[in-house]
Design a protein around this ligand. Structure first.
Ligand SMILES: *Cc1c(COP(=O)(O)O)cnc(C)c1O
Length: 384
């Protein structure tokens, strides 16, 4: 146990993961280099088809990153400035900033203290005649309450945009027992292939997923300069593409995604057991309607005043940890006074409390039990 040193504990071990598929990956990338087909090469379409098959969704539209995917999806809905988009106050900033960039109004709502996902009651209360979109984020690897969200959306005729950057491969179960993949339930789902995401590439990448052919067409047009035919531009678009090299790599990695998910789940269960009877920490609560793909393993401290000390203590002995996220969206300078909305402390008490009390431990596909034992041992030692 004592042999483990600071150099070999990481939040994610991308190199260790690469080493196991090095030959396949190198061949796939070499093939793209040999072809010089760096933009829109055949691997881009092939990967989109593979991913569509994996997720059981009709259309996958690749793009340059997960933030672009969110922006393009919103542009595909044909909204107008001032339209409101309901989005959780506890999320990564990308989910919110794209709303603001398009002149839309992000309407922040609180989250559930157990699953960290958007509160359905809060969504209901936030609906106004200007609401056009609900944007749930499948935070840390498990789905938001999609059945309820879809029913609210249907009732109020709203779009649903799933930010699926953290939960690719998670399965949602409806009350009739049927299941669907995260990102394929709403009108459009978006994901990110940022290197540390569960399906990560060697740079930036992203995609949109949809069962709606018209929306698929709209997103393709927007992602390609609003172009409907070569040099014919019907709407204002953006330039957002997945590189062929990244697509070729992702084709290889997608074949391993199920085993990657299993490895993360196994590591999470191991932590769960170790901290089950440990009064100072609350282990992640698993939703009973979604599998959890553990993009993050996030604990809640019973005493938030010690959280930063724990992080520092771990850091000193070479154990990395992260705070996802240290500030709720409404405490960010960019959104504190947004349009005519003035947020204050106490507006989203759950999000605020989580930002003070959460801490995420290393979790990745290469984590082994002896490293976890070392991490667990030192986390517990901090409290004794
Ligand atoms: C990573 C992430 C994004 C953005 O993805 P990029 O590819 O980095 O642009 C968006 N939303 C959430 C919840 C994320 O975790």
């Amino acid at each position: 146990m004592e042999k483990i040193t600071s150099q070999n504990i990481q939040m994610v071990d991308l190199n260790g993961q690469y080493k196991k598929i090095e030959v396949e990956v190198n061949e796939a990338i070499q093939e793209v280099i040999n072809s010089s087909h760096f933009i829109n090469g055949p691997q881009v379409k092939a990967f989109a088809q593979d991913l569509a098959h994996y997720l059981q969704v009709k259309q996958v539209i690749p793009c340059a990153n997960g933030t672009d995917a969110l922006q393009i999806a919103l542009m595909a809905f044909d909204l107008k400035p001032g339209d409101e988009v309901i989005v959780p106050a506890f999320t990564y900033i990308a989910s919110v900033e794209v709303i603001a960039l398009l002149g839309l109004i992000p309407i922040l709502v609180d989250v559930d203290p157990n699953t960290f996902n958007v509160s359905v009651d809060a969504i209901r209360q936030a609906i106004t005649p200007r609401t056009k979109v609900i944007l749930p984020v499948h935070l840390f690897g498990q789905c938001a309450n999609m059945e309820a969200i879809m029913s609210i959306a249907k009732e109020h005729k709203l779009w649903v945009l799933e930010d699926n950057a953290q939960a690719i491969g998670a399965q949602y179960t409806f009350s009739d027992g049927s299941t669907q993949s995260a990102g394929t339930i709403g009108d459009i789902g978006t994901t990110s292939f940022f290197p540390s995401k569960n399906l990560g590439c060697f740079g930036d990448g992203g995609a949109m997923t949809t069962n709606n052919e018209e929306l698929a067409q709209n997103t393709r047009i927007v992602a390609s300069h609003g172009q409907t035919k070569k040099y014919i531009h019907d709407v204002i678009g953006v330039n957002s593409r997945l590189d062929t090299i990244q697509a070729a790599l992702l084709q290889v990695k997608l074949q391993h995604l199920d085993s990657y998910i299993e490895a993360r789940q196994k590591a999470a269960t191991y932590y769960d057991q170790a901290f089950a009877e440990f009064e100072h920490l609350k282990t992640p609560v698993r939703s009973n309607t979604s599998t959890h793909v553990f993009h993050q393993y996030t604990l809640q401290m019973d005493d938030p005043s010690k959280r930063d000390q724990l992080k520092e203590y771990l850091q000193k002995i070479g154990i990395p940890s992260m705070i996802y996220y240290p500030l709720p969206i409404h405490f960010q300078k960019a959104f504190k006074h947004f349009e005519n909305i003035e947020y204050k402390k106490g507006d989203f008490p759950v999000a605020e409390k989580l930002c003070e009390s959460v801490i995420s431990l290393p979790i990745h596909t290469e984590l082994n039990e002896s490293t976890q034992d070392y991490i667990i041992e030192h986390v517990k030692r901090f409290f004794n």
